[in-house]
Each structure stands twice: as structure tokens, then as C-alpha cells.
Design a protein around this ligand. Structure first.
Ligand code: SF4
Length: 722
């Protein structure tokens, strides 16, 4: 059908974002409020916070000092997150598209229209022609329910989630190296480390509260090494900064390991007893001398040696990485190359020693465990494993043959829509028009769909292309759990009920399931019913929650999985006693030769283009671009560039520059800073429309994780106005 769309930029210019928003009704006296202990709705640190509630409105917050992870501290996003609850842009009722645009509808009309479209498309084109997309900022309960809804009610294989754009390279690498996908250590091990490597993780802006852990390590005498093309805030306080050329991490890790082997800073007894594959890696890295590594990475040979000198002989150590390493067509290879540095020292599974990948989304960890990935069943089970399939099919009371097999990943779903193979899409809290690379292709794909329905709380840029928008719930409007970046499942408490005619997301899904004839499979009265089913479904899986209950989570301020029985305390630190989760109990080394990015710089496009986050914004900005003080802090995307590059291009700070790649062009102000490599420019990706960084990025995927290469492509930059 024809889709009426508003150009995103003109929408923003016309309607918002709503700046300098203050709570309606002004400030409320403390004694008139109740305090609800819950968690921040943004990054994977999941800081504890007390929301201040007055007359079913979130009107402020208080620190929750007893919650051990953040001990009352919050970053700018956490401090301002309460301003979203009463925001005037909040969706209050379902919307359906007409030829004039959207109009409000009853729930019956909106849900029936959705179900009719699902039936029509699946009858005409097959079940897999209707796809579903979930998100990793939502609760574990919703992640479980979305996976079950797709497999049992829609019976489509094509279900994936926006964590595919985020943590999947690390997840795949963790499984390959350790046999389980979770950070190995609690954050509380960071201050006990004597050496810390932070690779591709802008901790100060993306996970700000973790900065405190790194600084406590430094206060305890640790040496901090930061690897990044940009001298991020955490890098500015590091002992050693390695300004790696974008897309060269695996080579750099190989170079550091080369020096460690040469100097004898490997634990041969640990390697022989507890790992497989070291000798092949040793052979591979033999040629990665400091000079050779410098020639690939741009990091001075002396700095590579210095990194090995700090890391190799350290008494205890933690290696942390995030999207800077993972957002590549060799994201899995990069992660595994860094994991080699940990395994070679044998410093893992001990206090102050180990490894972690810092999850970006609020439920980046739990969102990838409960079955909303195209290749996964609850409990982090493998959808192609016959035993896993049988367990879940029996648990769901369906025939194993009816359980769909591996489907397409998030970006592949959009490729299939473009190709006309997928005709219908239903998504929840996913804003692919801003977040998927090559945004013009994403827009064309959305406009090609026969039907697009979504659940959201604000009308995102993607939702504006929908036929039906179902007004769902904000985090504080529902009960549930999330699992933090350290593997700690924590309890979210409902502070208020959804406003107007909006509904809790999981109730919308169960209503849709009932209308699709599957009521008996979704018999939930409260969120706890879903959690108890999720926990039981995870029993025996690698992400085992079966010993958790809501009461136990609250009493303990979270529990680390695996927690396989009700009297089990949970497992904060994995691999104690060097017990890894492969069947033979051994960890795996994987060695990779460096290979270039999907699109490297050349004479035509001579500058590296890289993207990332800023402290005041979160992901596609659907929430944070509506919170006035956060918008004020960083109102629009800037193109960060080094003074040397600026001088060469005749650009001054504040000039409007055109940044062009083979996929598109954006025009944004230049920000001239000394904290970036002179061969690289950086633009944050939180904005839509004509300033969207993802108009420029390339939709090239890692062959294993299928994550897109957000962190490197080739661009050219020129001044267009002073
Ligand atoms: Fe904490 Fe992250 Fe929220 Fe900041 S955004 S308050 S670091 S959970």
C-alpha cells in the first residue's frame, strides 16, 4: 500500500524536540511523594535509582545509595530520565494510518487491523514473509515473550532484535572462547586489578558510572591502557593511550601478544592445562613484531611494547571492551584477539582478574539470552541443537517440527524487505531508520512493506512509517527484570501506570496472540507469571535463571546467573578454578590474521569515518532527544576532527562541513579537537533525517555475528559554509 511519510527533518523542525521541558504542575513537596526503588532505563550499568512518584506521575528522583553498583551516583542521563514520563510527546492511544495521516483508534480496531494484516500476508506469501523485531532495552520478560510470540503465534523464523546492532560480536566471541556468553567478572573486580586494558570503550560517555571503578583501580596502583582512535575522556586519564587506526584492533592485539610471548609473559602451565589452540596463535603472531604492527595500526612500536610491559607481568588484570572493537566486519575476530591476551596470562576467574564486555543497552545482556534472537531459544539455547529444540518445544507444548529454525538477522531482514521477500513487519521499541546503516535503504524498505505495525511509547522516526502504532509502556510503567552488563539480574518496579489509553507492552502482545488463536499459550495475568515461565524455560540452559524469583532478586539487590536452584546464591564470577563452559572444560584460543575493513580509505575517500555515542544521548535518541536538558547539552551532531586535518581542509571550528561517503552526505558543524587521530572524523549517531550518521555508514556485516561495521568506512570532508 502507499505509505504517507513526513520527511524526518521537517518533522523535527515543525514539532520538536520539546526543549527545556519541566514537569507539568511544577515541583512537588517531598512528603507528598512515594519513592520507588528501580533502575535507570538507559545503559547496561543499570544504576539503581529511586523514582519520586506523585499522583501516578514520576516527578523526580532520589539517589539509591544502598544499591552496590552505583552507590547513589548517576550520570546526566540517569539524572534527567524522569523527565520522559510526563512528556507531551507520549503516545496515549493506538494510531492507525489513513490517507490523511494518523488518527487515533480503539484498541480493538488497531489490534484487529494488525491481526488481519498478519493473516493476509502469511496466507499469501508464507509464514516467514512476516518478520518481527524486538529490542535489548526491554525487560527479560518481554524478550522472552517476543521470542515465544514469534515462534508460537506468528510461527515465523524471522525474529531478531536491535542487540544485533550492539553486543553480538562480543557474545559470539564469548561463546567461542569460553563456551558461555557473559562477562566473566563482576564490576567489583575492576578496582582490584593492577592492569586494566580498555579497548574501544568510551566509558566516560557511554557507561559513565563505570569510570569510578576504573579510577578506584588507578587509586589502588593499577596502570590503565586505553585503545581507541579517539582520546576519549577515560583515555585522558590513562597511563598509556594507543590511538589505533580504525579497523585495526585484531592486528594490535596480535602485536601485544607477540611481545608478551617474546618476553616470557605467558602462563604456560595455565595454557597447557586449561586451554586449546595456543600454539597455532603463537605461530600466527610471530610476524606481528612491534614495527610490523605499527605499520598496520598506526600505533607507535614503543607504545605496543609498553602495553605488553604493563599487561604481561601484572599481578592481576581486567580487560574490558565495547562497541569500538565489536562494530566491525571482523568484530568477532577483534574480540577473540583481545581474549587471547587474557587467556595467555591465565589471569581469569580470580578476584581482580578477568574479562568483560560492556553492554551498551539497558538489557544488552538479558536481551540476548531469552530467545528473541533469530538463532536462539530461551536459556541462551541454540535453535539448531536437537536437544534444545525438543526441550523448548515440549515446554511450549508444540511439536518440535513446528518450531521455526534459524531466521534472518536484523539487517538481513531489511535486505529481504528490499528484495520483496518479506512483506510484513512488527517491531517493538526499535528505531531502525536511525540505527541501521545506509538509512536511505532502510527508508525505502519501510516504504515497500505491505504492512508495518509497531509498539512504541513515542512516535519514533521509524514509527512514522507504520500502518498501526500501538501505544506501549515506558520502563517505569511496567514490572520486570533486566540483566546488567556484569550478568546481574535486577528487579524493575512499576512506578506508575501507562497514561491515557496506552497499555503495558506484554499485555498488547498477549492480546495479539489471543486474536491469532493462541490464547492458551500466553496465559499471563501479571509480569511475574512471565518471569516464572522464563526462569523455568531457562533451566539447564547456559543462562540458567531457574533459581531466581522476584522476591529473591529484590532481597539480594540482584542475582548473577547461572542460578540453577532456589537455594543457589548466583554466580558473580565465572570460571573460578579455571572451569570453562565448553564440554571439555577448556577455553579456546583463536588466532586471526589482520584483514582490512569492508571499505578502507583510498584516494577518492581518504578519511576514516567512525561513529559512536555522546554522554547526553542514548541510542537512536527516541527518548533522550525529547529531554530538554539533555538536548541542550549536545543539541545536534558535530563532525569531530583534528586541527591538522581541519587546517589541511581549510576548516575552522564551527564551520558547516559536508561529510560524504559512497552512500550519502550529511552537513553538520565541525568540532575541531586534538583528541582524535588526524586521519579520522567522528560523528555521533543519535540523530535522524539529513544529519543522520547512518546515512553514511556501510551495511557490511561480520560473517559470524552479523553486526554492521559502524566504526569504520571511508569518507571525504569539505567546508560548505562558515
Ligand atoms: Fe547509570 Fe548508565 Fe543510567 Fe548513566 S545511563 S545513570 S551510567 S545506567
Amino acid at each position: 500500500m502507499a505509505i504517507l511519510t513526513l520527511d524526518e527533518q521537517s518533522f523535527i523542525e515543525k514539532y520538536g524536540p520539546s526543549l527545556n521541558y519541566e514537569p507539568p504542575g511544577g515541583w512537588v513537596e517531598q512528603q507528598d511523594c512515594t519513592l520507588v526503588k528501580t533502575h535507570c532505563c538507559f545503559c547496561g550499568v543499570q544504576c539503581g535509582i529511586q523514582l519520586k512518584v506523585h499522583e501516578n506521575k514520576v516527578v523526580g528522583f532520589e539517589p539509591w545509595e544502598e544499591f552496590p553498583v552505583n552507590r547513589g551516583m548517576l550520570c546526566p542521563k540517569g539524572v534527567k530520565r524522569y523527565l520522559q514520563n510526563e512528556h507531551p510527546d507520549r503516545l496515549l492511544a493506538p494510531l492507525v494510518r489513513t490517507h490523511e495521516g494518523f488518527r487515533q483508534a480503539t484498541w480493538d480496531e488497531a489490534l484487529d487491523r494488525t491481526v488481519t494484516a498478519i493473516r493476509r500476508i502469511q496466507n499469501q506469501y508464507g509464514r516467514d514473509a512476516f518478520a518481527m523485531l524486538g529490542g535489548a532495552s526491554m525487560t527479560n520478560e518481554k524478550a522472552y515473550l517476543i521470542g515465544k510470540f514469534a515462534r508460537v503465534a506468528l510461527r515465523t523464523a524471522n525474529i531478531d532484535y536491535n542487540g544485533r546492532l550492539c553486543m553480538v560480536s562480543a557474545g559470539a566471541a564469548n561463546k567461542m572462547a569460553f563456551g558461555v556468553d557473559r562477562a566473566a567478572n563482576p564490576w567489583s573486580d575492576i578496582p582490584l586489578a593492577k592492569a586494566v586494558i580498555i579497548a574501544g570503550a568510551n566509558i566516560g560517555e557511554c557507561f559513565p558510572i563505570l569510570t569510578d571503578y576504573v579510577w578506584r583501580a588507578r587509586d589502588n596502583g593499577a596502570k590503565i591502557i586505553v585503545i581507541d582512535p579517539r582520546m576519549t575522556p577515560i583515555a585522558r586519564t590513562a597511563d598509556l593511550f594507543l590511538p589505533v587506526r580504525p579497523g585495526r584492533d585484531s592486528a594490535l592485539a596480535n602485536g601485544i601478544l607477540h611481545v608478551m610471548i617474546e618476553r616470557g609473559w605467558v602462563d604456560r602451565a595455565f595454557i597447557d592445562e586449561n586451554t586449546i589452540g595456543f600454539d597455532a596463535v603463537k605461530e600466527l603472531v610471530a610476524k606481528y613484531t612491534p614495527r610490523f604492527t605499527e605499520s598496520i595500526t598506526g600505533v607507535p612500536a614503543a607504545s605496543i611494547v609498553k602495553a605488553a610491559e604493563i599487561w604481561g607481568p601484572a599481578e592481576t588484570s581486567m580487560l574490558l571492551h565495547a562497541r569500538g572493537v565489536e562494530h566491525h566486519t571482523k568484530g568477532v575476530e577483534n574480540c577473540l584477539s583481545y581474549i587471547n591476551l587474557v587467556l595467555a596470562t591465565g589471569r581469569i576467574g580470580k578476584p581482580g582478574s578477568g574479562y568483560g564486555t560492556i553492554t551498551g543497552q539497558g538489557n544488552g545482556q538479558g536481551g540476548r539470552e531469552h530467545g528473541q534472537r533469530c538463532n536462539q531459544l530461551p536459556g541462551a539455547r541454540d535453535i539448531e541443537n536437537p536437544e534444545h529444540r525438543k526441550f523448548i518445544a515440549d515446554f511450549w507444548r508444540i511439536a518440535e517440527a513446528e518450531l521455526p529454525r534459524t531466521g534472518l538477522t536484523a539487517c538481513e531482514i531489511f535486505d529481504a524487505i528490499e528484495a520483496g521477500e518479506i512483506k510484513g513487519l512488527f517491531s517493538i521499541s526499535f528505531n531502525p531508520l536511525v540505527s541501521i546503516p545506509d538509512a536511505n535503504r532502510t527508508r525505502n524498505a519501510l516504504n515497500k512493506l505491505d504492512f508495518f505495525g509497531c509498539i512504541d511509547f513515542f512516535l519514533s522516526e521509524t514509527a512514522r512509517h507504520a500502518d498501526v502504532v500501538l501505544a506501549g509502556s515506558l520502563q517505569e510503567e511496567d514490572e520486570g527484570t533486566v540483566t546488567t552488563g556484569e550478568g546481574r539480574c535486577v528487579r524493575l518496579k512499576q512506578a506508575v501506570t501507562p497514561p491515557g489509553n496506552a497499555r503495558v507492552d506484554w499485555q498488547i502482545l498477549t492480546d495479539l496472540a489471543a486474536r491469532l488463536g493462541c490464547k492458551d499459550y500466553f496465559p499471563y495475568a501479571i509480569a511475574d507469571d512471565i518471569f516464572r515461565e522464563l526462569a523455568a524455560a531457562s533451566k539447564g540452559g547456559s543462562a540458567d535463571y531457574s533459581g531466581m524469583t522476584y522476591a529473591k532478586l529484590e532481597k539480594n539487590m540482584g542475582i548473577f546467573w547461572p542460578c540453577p536452584s532456589f537455594n543457589h546464591p548466583g554466580t558473580p564470577r565465572l570460571f573460578e578454578g579455571a572451569k570453562f563452559h565448553h564440554p571439555d572444560g577448556k577455553a579456546r584460543f583463536y588466532g586471526y590474521e589482520y584483514r582490512p575493513p569492508a571499505e578502507d580509505v583510498d584516494a577518492e575517500y581518504p578519511i576514516f569515518f567512525t561513529t559512536g555515542r555522546v554522554v547526553s544521548q542514548y541510542l537512536s535518541g527516541n527518548q533522550t532527544r525529547r529531554i530538554g536538558p539533555l538536548v541542550d547539552q549536545y543539541p545536534e551532531p558535530l563532525c569531530e576532527m583534528h586541527p591538522l586535518l581541519a587546517k589541511k581542509l581549510g576548516i575552522a571550528d564551527g564551520d558547516i562541513v559536508s561529510v560524504q561517503t559512497r552512500r550519502g552526505e550529511i552537513r553538520v558543524p565541525a568540532q575541531v579537537v586534538k583528541t582524535i587521530r588526524p586521519d579520522t572524523v567522528f560523528v555521533p549517531y543519535h540523530w535522524p533525517g539529513k544529519k543522520s550518521a547512518n546515512l553514511l555508514t556501510k551495511r557490511a556485516l561480520d560473517p559470524i555475528s552479523k553486526i554492521p561495521e559502524y566504526k569504520v568506512c571511508a569518507c571525504r570532508v569539505e567546508k560548505v559554509a562558515s
